[in-house]
Design a protein around this ligand. Structure first.
Ligand code: ADE
Length: 554
């Protein structure tokens, strides 16, 4: 029995020694202790420390203490004061609050600091359960860049110049396009003789908030591809043609109350072909000219089942209406005639004003009601529903299929008899010149410089009915070789005489013998020079006797 008691004491002592060694050496749980031993911790309470709250710090505490209770763990508390830092090392039972906080990391073997809000302000605290584990406190490491982030940074830095370059290129390209668009708009709107503020004599009279004058627009000469139609409010009907109606309208300038007055030509669904043709003609950027109606955009108004063309608005209306209502001066005749010729010359030309190649266009329905009068009395051509682009790809068949088009009253003899020379694109221009001659005659007939001015009458007005058919025009123009009358009295005025001579050459029966529009425009310029010469000659003739009389007096 004695031997048995001795063996039990020795066995118990051996187990105690083993467990102490194992538990101190950190092999917890392998041999669960029969009882928990008190922890061995640094215990200096509060000490100033050089630890600045980064990386790993030593406590510099020289006191290692066996905690008073086996439940207690090692704790370290770091504080930032006004001008120093402190580190507190203690033993503490995690079941109890410390500075109003509960320890949550006491099962850790290392003391990793966490910032916490305590009763007395912010502090860093850590707890752990290994021997003197609060001697070495670890602040959350300032994360150095990972390899991935370093690679990303390198890529970013090396791509940055490329990115900047791309942004610059895009910005420059955008700026260049805006600049080119402004430039071309400005070119077509360049005023004739710009004096004072913008007015209707400018090719681009922009109208805001009032509708006194003509309008052009700041909008590009393009198609409206937006799904949203432009905010346009139709005002009143100003014209009715074969295919469409024209309205004066307000183009709203969001978000203000301002608006731009525009003209809206509305084609019903059935006249799609006419809308399409006019839209395609207008879409040629090279068509832009001060004597051609300024086009803003085209729209398909699906809801209304309509097709719209939106253009500048000219408050003086069309030339026919203008001549009906007004008698004009010699100066007006010169302005109207010369601008009409310049408009047609531009249309027919194979190069733009800047010298770039351009597709010649023929109007094929020139008449005074298809010409608008601008405020400065310059003409601008409109209604391109029958116009034709004479591009090189057109075959004789294409041209033949385009048929006899236009308004019978203004049709050239060769068009009336459908004998236009399809082999030569100049033939189409020559037919336009004949029609232009009739318009020049209409203008002249209302000019005070011819003497007595009669009521307005269209060409062949007394000879045919309001809407003559091709057959009756054939009788007049082909069979009788008739042309509107030019009385001798008209030629008493030197300028009018030149205009009448020009008209006569333009309505020649032989298309080849007709002048070109460019030549007519030059004639008008020469008339101005001639008139200047004549007036300076006559004024110097008046002065000579004066001078002589002065000499005589000497
Ligand atoms: N009649 C036809 N088109 C017109 C326009 N653009 N401005 C004024 N009246 C017109």
């Amino acid at each position: 029995m004695e031997r048995f008691r001795n063996s039990a004491v020795w066995l118990g002592a051996f187990y105690l020694i083993c467990m102490t060694v194992l538990s101190r050496s950190g092999v917890d749980g392998v041999f669960p202790p029969l009882f928990k031993l008190a922890a061995l911790c640094k215990f200096c309470d509060l000490l100033p420390t050089s630890c600045n709250g980064t990386g790993n710090c030593k406590s510099n505490c020289s006191i290692t203490s066996i905690c008073g209770l086996p439940e207690q763990v090692c704790v370290a508390i770091w504080r930032r004061n006004d001008n120093n830092h402190t580190l507190e090392t203690v033993c503490h039972d995690p079941a109890l609050p410390l500075y109003g906080m509960h320890l949550d990391d006491y099962n850790s073997s290392t003391c990793v600091m966490k910032e916490k809000k305590a009763e007395d302000g912010m502090l860093f605290i850590c707890s752990c359960n290994q021997e003197e584990c609060n001697d070495n406190v670890i602040f959350t490491q300032i994360q150095g860049p990972t390899v991935e982030s370093q690679v990303a940074a390198v890529i970013l830095v090396s791509l940055l110049p490329l990115l900047v370059l791309a942004v610059l290129v895009v910005a420059m390209f955008y700026w260049y396009r805006v600049y080119r668009r402004r430039q071309s708009e400005w070119d077509t709107r360049k005023p004739h003789k710009r004096k004072g503020p913008l007015d209707c004599s400018d090719a681009c009279a922009i109208m805001m908030d009032d509708d006194r004058s003509d309008s052009s627009s700041t909008h590009a000469n393009s198609l409206n591809h937006n799904t949203e139609p432009l905010p346009i409010e139709l005002d009143q009907l100003v014209g009715k043609g074969r295919f469409a109606e024209v309205y004066k309208a307000k183009l709203k300038q969001n978000p203000s109350e301002q608006f731009e007055t525009v003209a809206v030509k509305i084609f019903p669904e059935e006249e799609y072909a006419s809308w399409k043709n006019e839209k395609d003609i207008f879409s040629d950027i090279d068509l832009k000219h001060e004597n051609v109606l300024h086009f803003l955009t085209a729209e398909e108004r699906k809801v209304e089942k309509q097709y719209w063309l939106i253009t500048a608005f000219h408050s003086c209306g069309n030339l026919q209406d203008y001549l009906m209502r007004h008698v004009i001066s010699w100066e007006d005749l010169r302005v109207l005639g010369s601008s009409l010729a310049r408009g047609v010359a531009h249309l027919h030309s194979d190069h733009s004003t800047g010298g770039r190649p351009k597709v010649p266009i023929v109007h094929r329905d020139l008449k005074s009601s298809n010409i608008l009068v601008k405020q400065d009395l310059c003409c601008c051509l409109c209604d391109f529903g029958l116009a034709l682009r004479l591009d090189n790809s057109l075959s004789v068949d294409d041209l033949a299929n385009s048929g006899q088009v236009g308004t019978a009253r203004y049709m050239a003899p060769e068009v009336l008899e459908s004998r236009i020379n399809l082999e030569n694109i100049e033939s189409f221009k020559q037919a336009d010149i004949y029609s232009m001659a009739l318009v020049l005659w209409e203008i002249t007939s209302r000019c005070t410089a011819i003497g007595e001015v009669k009521e307005y009458e269209p060409p062949f007005g007394s000879k045919v009915r309001e809407h003559p058919c091709v057959e009756s025009m054939k009788d007049n123009v082909l069979r009788d070789r008739g042309r509107p009358e030019i009385p001798d009295s008209w030629s008493k005025h030197q300028g009018v005489a030149i205009v009448c001579g020009t008209i006569d050459e333009c309505w020649d029966h032989d298309p080849e013998a007709r002048l070109t529009a460019h030549c007519v425009a030059e004639r008008f310029d020469e008339i101005e020079d001639e008139m200047d010469k004549l007036s300076s000659r006559s004024s110097s003739e008046e002065k000579i006797p004066e001078d002589l009389s002065q000499n005589d007096g000497k």
